[in-house]
Design a protein around this ligand. Structure first.
Ligand SMILES: Cc1cc2nc3c(=O)[nH]c(=O)nc-3n(C[C@H](O)[C@H](O)[C@H](O)COP(=O)(O)OP(=O)(O)OC[C@H]3O[C@@H](n4cnc5c(N)ncnc54)[C@H](O)[C@@H]3O)c2cc1C
Ligand code: FES
Length: 282
């Protein structure tokens, strides 16, 4: 009997291209928007897919980042970066004209609907990164798009101006209550699920699990897709560093976040197994 398998990313779509930095906008403490000229990636990148960005000449591994915005007309791509360690610090200090290698698009992204309906996009912290691109693609298909953005404080929220115009609704939630409502995204979620056909979520893995469980209880007919986070070395399936526990037709199978993910249907994730993996990012 052949083993149960989940679909994998199509590596033939990825290019290793020389990208040029057009600028880095400071959006808040340790939050930046890096814009690169990268024509091949700008034409190919779908929402939820990511790129491996070179962070330095020399032996440092490339780092994975979700495509935040793409403009194929201008040949540009943007990344929403939180400075975490050495690699992200270097990217945040790039100057216009600097060159770096970009490998992408990689991974499997969000499923775009064939017929329009209503989507709810749920972000926690820097997990907001893929949503400007996703919202733009959904709106272009006539989808009604609601936006739920949560973060520790107002300085950690993705600025609303980075989202495309035409959202059906936008709710901000902060843990300290300084912007929008006080609390967690799951506090605001129930009232937004009314007529939702699809929920797309990105943020810390425990938040994704809580969102998935709440939607399956309150709106079981909705599709739920989550963008899972795992430490990545190569981004294309050779280092095995991004191993995550998955479920295929209810059977536990080992998976790779960079090939079967990062976006998965919530029911394809072995949440219990994932919870037992060591946390790698605060
Ligand atoms: C699919 C995917 C998309 C991502 N998109 C974004 C994004 O849009 N914006 C953003 O700010 N961050 C994003 N991240 C997290 C980002 O890749 C890490 O913050 C970054 O790699 C840390 O590198 P560093 O050099 O600053 O930190 P260091 O501590 O120096 O990194 C140490 C090492 O661990 C690896 N590592 C550590 N944490 C992570 C992590 N969470 N994911 C992957 N590798 C990690 C790095 O590759 C590196 O080899 C994403 C992660 C994944 C898996
Ligand atoms: S990051 Fe190397 S196998 Fe996934």
């Amino acid at each position: 009997m052949s083993p149960v398998q989940l679909p994998e990313s199509d590596l033939s779509r990825a290019h290793d291209e020389a990208a040029t930095c057009l600028g880095v906008d400071e959006l808040g403490p340790d939050l930046h928007l890096l814009t690169l000229e990268a024509p091949a990636a700008s034409r190919a990148a779908l929402p939820g897919e990511f790129a491996q960005l070179q962070v330095a000449a020399g032996p440092l591994l490339r780092r994975p980042f979700s495509f935040c915005a793409v403009d194929p007309g201008q040949g540009t791509v943007s990344f929403y970066l939180r400075v975490y360690g050495e690699g992200t610090r270097r990217l945040a200090h790039l100057t216009p004209g600097s060159c770096l290698r970009l490998l992408g698009p990689l991974g499997r992204g969000f499923t775009l609907p064939e017929t329009p309906g209503t989507s709810l996009l749920v972000a926690g912290g820097v997990g907001a990164a893929p949503f400007p691109h996703l919202a733009a693609q959904l709106l272009a298909r006539g989808e009604r798009v609601h936006w739920l953005n949560g973060a520790a404080g107002s300085a950690q929220l993705l600025p609303l101006r980075l989202m495309p115009g035409g959202l059906a609704g936008s709710v901000q939630v902060t843990f300290d209550g300084c912007s929008g409502r006080r609390g967690l995204v799951t506090d605001a979620l129930p009232e937004l699920l009314g007529a939702v056909d699809r929920v797309y979520a990105c943020g810390p893995n425990p938040m994704l699990q809580a969102v998935a469980e709440m939607v399956s209880r309150l709106r079981p007919e909705a599709l739920v897709e989550v963008s899972i986070e795992a430490p990545m070395g190569c981004g294309f399936g050779t280092c095995l560093g991004c191993s995550i526990p998955l479920l295929a037709q209810g059977v536990r199978v080992p998976g790779l976040c960079c090939r079967q993910g990062p976006v998965l249907e919530a029911g394809q994730v072995d949440w219990e197994g994932l919870r037992q993996q060591p946390a790698h990012l605060e």
